[in-house]
Design a protein around this ligand. Structure first.
Ligand SMILES: Cc1ncc(COP(=O)(O)O)c(C=O)c1O
Length: 433
């Protein structure tokens, strides 16, 4: 009998975490690595939040609490989403999770039967795709178009919706592209959903980067379109906006209280509750004006870095890069580099097994890490299905500008190091994430 249940062969992972041991290895054997792989702001927790966590700990708020989330945090979130999106939710619609991530897979467990179809953006946050086959649902990638700023057309979505569709994931601003959909694009997407999808299809709108938008744009949520709040799960969290990835606080706002209670039941089964001292500090994050000011400052810095790094990247021969409207990532197209280094040919000559495990951009990623000491992620890390022939990297701008510029210089050096690459491919053909 096999040790592991068969379903474990059907789950994916997140390469942002898997690249860590490679970075440690390179750092120990060659020297420091410029880390542009991290999806977490390089900022400290806002001061008022930090103070509140300590105050809560000193007050002894360290015990079990409501598995759906503390009433105080749930009512604060309900008020916040009602205020920012003109909604009419109650604290009973809100569920708190340890981070933004858990509600992604729990949503599939709650709504999908085997054979149901799940539409998700690709490239996109890898956890949308990685869970689908685990719950025996069918992955239906919605490919984002580079030339349209990594959004998609209503027609593209309409073609994918079938009577088996159960969940549609949306994510603006997007990881990994930084793409932001305009209000009119969101309205067109909503129109397709309202016309083509039955009312029990759930849209999961991942708005975790909602406050990190640039160029004086306003975040526009699909829940603001009349008729959409009744069928949309609004997901967000505290990791990105408040530079609080270690706090593990995220939330979902469900269209009905009955649905929120289904999530609560899974919470009870999986983790009982989320640390109450952090939940109370999350209330401060959403209500304290000094926190708002610190967030704005961080967003301004991300925007400045975007502009500077974009210019540096576009100056590398063989690299093109769209200007992201939000989040803290750049997603350059490196097809020209892959071509000039011969990586596309090299990849197409690999055996089927090896070919599946990597991509031309993935080979470049490992070469850049091992020989030029810069860590980035490749396109394959953001959705595997249909990623063939797409040659992108994701760089995070969550480092000081000087560090970012050094990192881009390392990428430039790697892009021109034909001899080094040849040696690398000969010596380390086994290197994959
Ligand atoms: C789009 C998106 N959703 C959800 C998450 C998960 O966030 P958390 O760290 O709060 O679990 C991330 C993290 O990178 C993300 O990029």
């Amino acid at each position: 009998m096999a040790l592991f249940a068969e379903r474990n062969q059907r789950i994916g992972s997140e390469n942002a975490f898997k690249v860590g041991p490679h970075i440690i290895h390179v750092a120990q054997t060659r020297g420091p690595v410029v880390k542009l792989n991290l999806g977490e702001p390089d900022y400290d927790l806002p001061r008022a939040v930090n103070t509140e966590i300590k105050r809560q700990l000193d007050a002894g708020n360290t015990h079990y609490c409501d598995p759906q989330g503390t009433p105080n945090l749930r009512s604060t979130i309900s008020e916040y989403v009602n205020h920012t999106r003109g909604l009419n939710t109650t604290p009973g619609n809100v569920v708190i999770f340890p981070g933004g991530k858990p509600s992604i897979g729990l949503t599939q467990q709650i709504y999908c039967n085997p054979g149901d179809e799940v539409i998700y953006p690709s490239p996109g946050f890898p956890i949308y795709e990685s869970f689908i086959r685990y719950v025996q649902a069918v992955p239906v990638p919605l490919h984002l178009d580079e030339s349209a700023g990594f959004t998609f057309t209503p027609e593209q979505l309409a073609e994918l919706i079938t009577p088996r569709t159960k969940i549609i994931y949306l994510n603006f601003p997007s990881n990994p592209t930084g793409g932001v959909a305009s209000q009119s694009q969101i309205e067109e997407i909503a129109d397709v959903i309202l016309r083509k999808a039955p009312p029990d299809v759930r849209v999961y709108s991942d708005e975790i980067y909602e406050r990190i938008v640039f160029d004086d744009q306003q975040h526009y949520s699909i829940l603001q379109v009349p008729g959409m709040a009744e069928r949309t799960i609004l997901a967000s969290g505290f990791s990105k906006t408040f530079a609080w990835t270690g706090g593990r606080i995220g939330y979902a706002v469900l269209p009905t209280v009955v649905e929120a209670e289904m999530f609560k039941t899974l919470n009870i089964n999986y983790f009982s509750c989320v640390a109450p001292y952090n939940q109370e500090a999350a209330v401060v994050a959403l209500t304290d004006a000094t926190v708002d000011a610190e967030v704005l400052e961080m967003v301004r810095t991300f925007e400045e870095r975007r502009d500077a790094v974009l210019e540096d990247l576009r100056a590398i021969p063989g690299v093109d890069c769209q200007k992201p409207g939000g989040a803290f990532y750049l997603f350059p197209n490196i097809e020209g580099v892959c071509e000039s280094l011969g990586l596309i040919d090299h990849h197409s000559n690999l055996n089927d097994e090896a070919k599946k495990e990597t991509s031309p951009a993935g080979l470049f990623q490992m070469f850049a890490l091992y020989d030029h000491q810069v860590a980035v992620l490749d396109r394959l890390s953001f959705g595997r299905i249909g990623a063939e022939g797409k040659h992108f990297l994701r760089l995070s701008t969550a480092s000081e500008l000087g560090v970012l510029r050094d990192g881009v210089q390392c990428l430039r050096n790697a892009s021109q190091d034909q001899a080094g690459l040849k040696k690398f491919l000969k010596e380390r053909p086994d290197l994959n994430l």
